[in-house]
Design a binder for this molecule. Structure first.
Ligand SMILES: [Zn+2]
Length: 267
């Protein structure tokens, strides 16, 4: 599943690939996604100017004077840029045609992706409960410490809770906890101030590293030009068998997800 760094990479690629801020038209090819594509989007996106393209959590946002388009890549969503009209492929769902004749086409094998229109994005049901952005200054040790002192759950669940902080998936949570030497199943109340400082630093570092590398390679995910996957970031703990210290890495289930850690390096 594309995580924050992949979505950031796609967002950057869209900004780079489109040489105009003008949309000519929106074409629905197959409306069946996680939610059926609203037919009104066609009218709303006829001959309009884009104000801004940005990422919020794992959503790609196209902002206009009259509202916003909210795109989610689901599990297997891919955007491709076409220069001319190409024949429709299986699993193509929609197209955004730009003034410079570039076409952004969305393909999604498993159909978990979505596209929504929101007049006021902050009121949208997908966006309104999202926590802070992990790479923003609002995500700092005081913020996460204050929340953790009031909860009674394991720390991995805190950093993966999208209502607290967005976009930290299973791989990045495992990596950041390893880098900050904290056991994923440690009760969040028991972390020290230094633990919180280190954890916040590690989360920002692992995400930034991955954005720089173009997003971690994941088997269902293709890069924007259709090539199979991004450069794989070197992972330190996730999916590995042996830690750098020589000990076997443990794989436990936390909230149904594989959680890799080293009992020697993480306390
Ligand atoms: Zn170790």
């Amino acid at each position: 599943m594309p995580e924050l760094p992949e979505v950031e990479t796609v967002c950057n690629a869209i900004r780079k690939s489109i040489k105009t801020n003008k949309i000519k038209e929106f074409v629905i090819i197959n409306p069946k996604l996680r939610w059926n594509i609203d037919a009104n989007i066609k009218k709303l996106l006829s001959k309009v100017d884009i104000r801004k393209i940005y990422r919020r959590g794992k959503y790609i946002i196209f902002n206009f004077n009259h509202g916003s388009l909210i795109i989610h890549l689901g599990m297997t969503g891919i955007v491709k840029f076409l220069k001319n009209r190409h024949k429709v492929n299986k699993h193509d769902h929609y197209e955004i045609k730009f003034q410079d004749n570039t076409i952004l086409r969305y393909n999604d094998v498993r159909k978990f992706g979505s596209i929504h229109w929101a007049e006021n994005i902050e009121d949208n049901f997908l966006i309104k409960n999202l926590g802070v952005e992990p790479l923003s200054d609002n995500f700092n040790y005081e913020y996460i410490k204050k929340i953790s002192k009031k909860r009674n759950v394991v720390i991995k669940n805190i950093i993966m809770d999208q209502r607290i902080v967005v976009g930290i998936g299973n791989i990045y949570a495992s990596e950041a906890l390893y880098m900050s030497k904290i056991k994923p199943n440690k009760n969040c109340k028991l972390l020290s101030t230094d633990n919180f400082k280190s954890l916040v630093k590690s989360i920002k570092k692992v995400l930034q590293k991955s954005i720089k590398a173009g997003g971690t390679s994941i088997k269902d995910f293709q890069s924007i030009d259709g090539s199979p996957g991004y450069f794989k970031q070197k992972l330190l703990i996730y999916g590995l068998e042996k830690c750098a210290c020589g000990k076997n890495i443990k794989n436990i289930r936390i909230s149904g997800r594989s959680s890799f850690y080293c009992s020697n390096c993480q306390k």
